[in-house]
Design a protein around this ligand. Sequence first.
Ligand SMILES: Cc1ncc(COP(=O)(O)O)c(C=O)c1O
Length: 456
Amino acid sequence: MSLFANEMSDAHKDSDIPSPAVIPRKIQAVANSAIADDNVWQWIHDVASSSPVQPIVNLGTGFIDHNPPTYLIEAHKAALESVDSNQYAPVPGSDALKEAIAEIYSPLYGRALNPVTEICITSGAQEGLLSSVMSFVQAGDEVILLEPVFAMYVYQVKMAGGTIRYVPLRPPKEAETKTVSGDSWTIDIEELEQAITPKTKMVYLNNPHNPLGKVFTRAELLAIGNLCVRHGLVLLSDEVYERIVFPSNSSSPQVSHTRVASLSPEIASHTLTAVSLGKLFNATGWRVGFVIGTEALMRPVIATHLVLAYSSSGPAQDACAVGLREAERSGWWETNALDVGARIGKLCGMLDDIGLTYVRPPSAWFVFVNIDNLRLPEEYTYPSLVTVEGTRDWKVCYWLVQEFGIASIPGSCFYGPENKVLGQRYLRFGACKSNEGLEMAMQRLQQLRPHIETLE
Ligand SMILES: Cc1ncc(COP(=O)(O)O)c(C=O)c1O
């Protein structure tokens, strides 16, 4: 039934609505259908809701099931009482928030950020990334994405009309049988340079990385940044997990996050950095993020943002202005990173316990789990989409939802067509769960024991 059924008179039944096939070709949304074609998020949602095992333990999406800090919620309530906050925020963002960002981030970037010309508040980092790519990429241009890749980048580049060239991060050999750190996946800079053509306009970087949790080293960032300078490319650096880097523990050494735009004035002049206050404050529903860059890069981004979103939520921006200062004062970043690290640690402990290997993330919310030694039943019926998609990870993903009520994301979804084979050995699990959610995950994962082969 149509979502809009209750708004329609009897004269307009679903059956009266022409199917896409009879819509004149010239007005069919060709670009949009190509974007939605491989939309795994919707598929997981559908499969999970129809699974006989309920409730589902949703380890698939990055849905955080606990609240932002109290001071942020209180600041939002206060902002809702203010007439100014409730109306359109200025296009590039609320002055209070941009000033707080300039104050806090200038030392981190090693230069004085101009809050008027060099910062734009966007509707989540997602819209900041989209505004950036729409500003610099058009039909015929090429954009380089590093695999595994956050699927939204693919849709964004397609939406801008660009062509994608993929360059994979490569795991170390021992990742085939052992748990390794996300940091041990590396980029071959020569391979990256070879992917650059005269049509290349942009390189997306995700640091810290989803789904590996990799925090790129200074040397890697210098190499990538200098390549962009040398070839005159925009480096679009998605740093939504920048403050969620875990402290060291017995299994992981301390890593620290470097902002690529802080490495040199030349790299800064080629870089747009996107940050998500939703991710950093557990407030993803507020849709507040921002983009930082030099004025020359930001002018088109702000213009595109005006067209795409006009401005983002006024009360949420004003609350974030208060929240950012309080987070700095109270040490929230460290507290939150510890908290996320503990949840990730619990999930990793469960995987160790049942004998699955994985990519141990030094940051962010996700664990890339190796499914090589998870045995599927010989005879099992999969829906046609899974059989058509073909890769093993989709089968394992479907089976886990149907039989154990565990939702995850197939690893091949983080790869372009040529390298899917690299991703089919993995599923992405998210640890952004409450303690009860993780407890339930533990019980469900235990049931996998009889299906796991011991690796030598
Ligand atoms: C790597 C990455 N970038 C961007 C986003 C979107 O961030 P926001 O919620 O601020 O739009 C996400 C969300 O999951 C993400 O994982």
